[in-house]
Ligand binder design. Structure first.
Ligand code: SF4
Length: 457
């Protein structure tokens, strides 16, 4: 086993040397991806297109002939990071610097890039990734190419993709969002919701299965409303995906509570491949704030959904997103958020301090919450969620869980890492030959964000 590992290291090493030699003749690209899984999936398509054009990927941005930033606009921080990185490069750096993704879909950012960042020679948006070959050709000829489409006229199928590893894969099922939550920029950057046809989705899932992938995560900004534009239903799509041989696990994200149907809840009970985990963003626990956010459900309705889910699948893992400090949030509203967290007992939560996004209604709302108050509230929320996550992970110590082995642990290559059906990371000693296989593991320790275990004989 040890010799196999060192052999592959030597191969990688000589491969890198070979790449450096080749880089004098072939073109190298690097892509830096920010934001959500949708962007990760878009980057896979962009990599696939670039490799079909003869480019080779490098993870060293400095040696790349083409350096692309696939950007996110949900929060301000990643935007600043992108600009900071780009400003390190001069106009005559000798490389094509490009920006794509959600940031460039915003008029103000596009204008800033056009006027203030002359070193950026290629800009394309979330709707015209398929145009990359023509745009890049012009950029290679020395033109400055800034081409962003406002909306997607149609879904372009059949684009190549370079996926990173062979156990699990993302599959887009819809693009865009119709919900207009008042804090969110996504409907403006990704456009209105459009669903892929079930035929195209199933054919992609089949191809993944044939290539050895075991798990698919169906992706959309709001997967629960999948198919409304085609007169179809998300639960029906799940049933079709479930039939694909070779796929052992199905997940999906992100779900909007207002579109979580009884049929979908029943799918968790009826489809054995559908993993018992649901990410169900609550965002706030106060009806007053939920209304201002335009979430279109009340805390009672949300709690009813949770009760139905737990009734259908006892032990289902629930995770969520929570925004703290939305405009007008009082201490009383915030206590309602803490209360819903106590009541639901999420396995984990992504918690965010509200930050205004230009162009969204919430950015113009009066009563923006003081930054210090926001910070103090988020610490209280994190403390509470950490306590609950720790307790839940302790409760499962001693039980046996099904694990899809994804690879070796990042911190300890002698150990394997994988995910439970409830989407928890678990590390345990084992042979690398188990990668890609589903195994039974006894949980021996529960930490805050991961588990330790040992293989069952
Ligand atoms: S559902 Fe709301 S938060 Fe999610 S992408 Fe759509 S507008 Fe944004």
């Amino acid at each position: 086993m040890t010799s196999e590992i060192s052999y592959s290291k030597i191969e990688v090493f000589s491969c890198n040397k070979e790449m450096k030699r080749l880089s004098k003749t072939v073109k190298l690209f690097a892509i830096l991806t920010f934001g959500c899984q949708m962007n990760v999936r878009d980057s896979e398509t962009i990599k696939g297109i670039l490799e079909s054009l003869g480019y080779i990927e490098t993870d060293n941005p400095d040696e790349a002939d083409l350096l692309l930033f696939n950007t996110c606009s949900v929060r301000e921080n990643p935007e600043r990071k992108v600009y900071g990185r780009i400003q390190q490069y001069k106009e005559d750096s000798g490389k094509i610097i490009g920006i794509c993704g959600c940031m460039v879909q915003q008029g103000a950012e596009f204008e800033y890039i056009k006027n203030e960042l002359p070193q950026v020679r290629l800009v394309f948006g979330t709707h015209n990734i398929h145009e990359l070959p023509e745009l890049l050709e012009k950029a290679e000829e020395g033109q400055r190419v800034l081409n962003v489409w406002e909306d997607k006229q149609e879904i372009v199928e059949g684009l190549p993709a370079k996926r990173d590893q062979g156990v699990k894969a993302f599959v887009n099922i819809s693009y865009g969002c119709n919900n207009f939550c008042t804090y969110c920029i996504v409907p403006y950057t990704r456009g209105r919701e459009k669903s892929r046809t079930p035929e195209n989705i199933i054919s992609e899932v089949r191809e993944l299965a044939q290539n050895g992938y075991k798990e698919v995560t169906l992706l959309g900004q709001n997967v629960n409303s999948y198919g409304k534009d085609l007169g179809l239903d998300f639960a029906a799509l799940l049933e079709k995906v479930h039939e694909v041989e070779g796929i052992e696990r199905i997940r999906f994200t992100t779900s909007h509570p207002k579109d979580l149907s009884d049929r979908l809840i029943a799918a968790f009970k009826n489809l054995p491949k559908l993993c018992e985990h649901l990410h169900l963003p609550v965002q706030a626990g106060s009806d007053r704030i939920l209304k201002k956010m335009n979430r279109r459900y009340t805390r009672e309705q949300y709690l009813e959904l949770v009760a139905k889910l737990r009734d259908a699948v006892p032990g289902i893992a629930l995770t969520t997103d929570i925004i703290v400090g939305f405009p007008g949030e009082t201490e009383e509203d915030f206590l309602q958020t803490l209360d819903i967290v106590e009541k639901v007992r999420y396995d984990s939560a992504f918690t965010f301090i509200y930050s205004p996004r230009k162009g969204t209604p919430a950015a113009e709302m009066p009563d923006q919450v003081d930054e210090e108050v926001k910070k103090e509230r988020i610490y209280r929320l994190i403390d509470l969620q950490n306590r609950i996550s720790g307790e839940i992970n302790q409760e499962i110590v001693g039980s046996t869980v099904e694990v899809l082995v994804e690879g070796t642990s990042k911190t300890d290559p002698s150990r394997l890492t994988g995910k439970t059906r409830s989407n928890k990371t678990i590390n345990f000693p084992g042979d690398v030959g188990l990668i890609g296989r589903t195994v039974q593991v006894e949980v021996t320790a529960g930490k805050l964000s991961s588990l330790e275990g040992k293989l069952k004989e």
